[in-house]
Ligand binder design. Structure first.
Ligand code: AQP
Length: 327
């Protein structure tokens, strides 16, 4: 299968990005043709600082590699370095109904958190850019967290609409969403998803120190019930801890709950902190090695750019020709 996915370089990735997306990528890269981008054009749809964006772009590349994405198996590239993404967005925007974009829950959630002056048209267009990212590579499957499913469905319906209107051009992609751990919640507010740009105390990031990880987990919001039970509807805070724990242990959240029956919330949190620290530490050491080699990172990204651009340019030319545009 052809696989495409990406992450915004808006800060160090967290355990939600890993469990919702990257863990799946690592499996998929073994037997599929995978494209994984650093979605910097998406990053500029919310407030950002230029120098920080540049650093986060290399930081995310270093984290991709430290987590096990292999440039010999997958194409790793920076979105802005393949110009076809921006151009394809324009073509697709002309067949995207405004009504569909205004129904996107991520747009609503993200714009709710911003001041009116910070909500730009790019944020509204985010799903069209994402559709362009996906369709340029004739992608068949998009491994994302559940929060992005609606966007992949839009990409699929745009592909079908374009094909009906102008003739067969794109493959219609589907999302690949991991069961159980699809949406990791904020440790501070389990009604929201864990996020890079929200309250950092609500996340466990791959660049947090062991103390920060422990503090954030120990202070995670739970409830006043004493019985340990996996009940994501009524007890989302505890369920979130059990989901993270069980994902790291490769067991089900119900099995994790069973394992902790009779124990206090404190001991669950201690056990989980230890597991997270042990999991993250070696990845961090690897990251420290990569970040010291900017030239090597650039070489990998340039090779990725060349591979991605070859395919993206072919698809863009095909779409332009079908629309009657002189390329
Ligand atoms: N909490 C989450 N649980 C499971 N999966 C998640 N993803 C993000 N948060 C969770 C998945 O990670 C991938 C990359 O996401 P992104 O950075 O491109 O955009 P996002 O969804 O907006 O992620 P964040 O972490 O919340 O970042 P900010 O704070 O920048 O908005 C996607 O596959 C997503 O599903």
């Amino acid at each position: 299968m052809i696989i495409f996915s990406g992450i915004r370089p808006t800060g160090p990735i967290h355990i939600g990005n890993y469990l919702g997306a990257i863990r799946n990528w690592l499996e998929l890269q073994k037997n599929n043709q995978c494209f994984f981008c650093i979605a910097n054009l998406h990053a500029i749809t919310t407030p950002f600082k230029s120098e920080q964006l540049r650093q986060e772009t290399f930081g995310l590349a270093a984290l991709y590699l430290s987590l096990g994405l292999d440039p010999h198996q997958s194409t790793l590239f920076v979105q802005s370095q393949v110009k076809e993404h921006a151009e394809m967005t324009w073509l697709l925007s002309t067949i995207t109904p405004m009504g569909e974009l205004s129904r996107m829950t991520q747009y609503k959630e993200k714009s709710d958190r911003l001041k009116a002056s910070q909500i730009n048209a790019g944020l509204f267009y985010y799903p069209v850019l994402m559709a362009a990212d996906i369709l340029l590579y004739q992608t068949e499957a998009v491994p994302v967290g559940e929060d992005q499913q609606q966007h992949v469905e839009l990409a699929r319906s745009l592909a079908q609409k374009f094909n009906r209107q102008f003739g067969a051009t794109f493959k219609a992609p589907k999302s690949l969403i991991p069961k159980n751990q699809a949406r990791i919640r904020s440790l501070r507010d389990p009604s929201r998803k864990m996020s890079k740009t929200d309250d950092p105390r609500g996340a466990v990031s791959f660049l947090d120190s062991p103390e920060e990880i422990k503090n954030n987990v120990m202070r995670a919001v739970t409830d006043s019930d004493r019985q340990i039970k996996y009940d994501p509807q009524r007890r989302p805070g505890l369920a979130n801890l059990l989901i993270i724990y069980s994902s790291l242990e490769n067991i089900s959240p119900q099995e994790a709950a069973q394992q902790f029956v009779g124990q206090s919330y404190q001991s669950i949190k201690e056990e989980l902190s230890q597991k997270l620290i042990a999991f993250i530490e070696p990845i961090q050491s690897e990251y420290q090695q990569w970040i010291k080699q900017p030239q090597k990172l650039e070489e990998i990204l340039t090779a990725g750019q060349e591979q991605a651009q070859t395919i993206a340019a072919q698809t863009l030319a095909k779409a332009q020709q079908k629309m009657g545009l002189l390329g």
